[in-house]
Structures are given as structure tokens and as C-alpha cells.
Design a protein. Structure first.
Length: 132
């Protein structure tokens, strides 16, 4: 594993994430429940994978229970004890969420493009609105 050199300052989201997760991990035991929602989204994918891997491995080592909402598929395959769950969308319309969660391996599909189109945020949609 590579050594990370990350330079951040107090008040930045990444700094806040790191301070919070360090305090949580320092206090965690095998009786802990840790909930993480999209941690490390303020950094690059590469650094998020590196940091997320370190955090998840520490949680596994502690034998703590963790719920981690993430788009980083690599984190789901770090240990046999990790259970991958995915939310689902309508089969014929990926913009419609079903609010059902199923147990299955991460598949790399984030549906973000569908949501961008649905909310009118593609380059062409924005350009059309600006030009009238």
C-alpha cells in the first residue's frame, strides 16, 4: 500500500472527515456500531479508496459493526465479512428509484448520468436554457 501525503488545513471537509473518523475509531470497540455516509467525497477517487480502505480495515480489525454508504466499489471486496448491499431502480426507467435494497456485489453503476439528465443538468440542457 502506498504512503499517502495529504496536505489539508483545518476547516476543510477532508480535514473534518479525518478528525471525526479518527476520534470514532479511537473510541470504537467490538460492541460499536459505526455509520459512515459518503465519507471522503471531498478528495480524489484514488485518495478516497486509499483512506476508505484504511478505515474499513481498521473497523474489520476491531470487529465492529459498520454501515457504510459509498460509491467506492473497491471497499466492498476488502474482507469476506463485508456484505455488499445495493439500492435498486425501476427496470424500465433508471431515473425512478424503488427504495428497495438488495444483497448483491457492487457493479460500478452509480446512475449519476440518469439523474443529471432527469434534473436538466447536462451541458446541452444548461446551454439551451441559457441561450433561451
Amino acid at each position: 500500500m502506498r504512503k499517502a501525503k495529504i496536505f489539508i488545513t483545518s476547516g476543510e471537509k477532508l480535514y473534518d472527515d479525518l478528525v471525526r473518523i479518527k476520534a470514532i475509531l479511537d473510541a470504537a470497540t467490538s460492541h460499536s456500531l459505526i455509520i459512515m455516509n459518503e465519507i471522503f467525497t471531498s478528495t480524489t477517487s484514488r485518495d478516497a479508496i486509499y483512506l476508505g480502505t484504511r478505515v474499513i480495515k481498521k473497523i474489520v480489525m476491531l470487529d465492529a459493526l459498520c454501515v457504510c454508504v459509498t460509491f467506492i466499489d473497491e471497499l466492498t471486496a476488502l474482507d469476506p465479512s463485508i456484505v455488499s448491499l445495493m439500492s435498486t431502480v425501476e427496470h424500465n426507467n433508471a431515473a425512478l428509484r424503488t427504495y428497495k435494497i438488495t444483497r448483491k456485489p457492487a457493479d460500478g453503476i452509480a446512475w449519476s448520468t440518469t439523474l443529471v439528465i432527469k434534473h436538466g443538468l447536462t451541458y446541452e440542457q444548461i446551454k439551451k436554457r441559457l441561450n433561451g
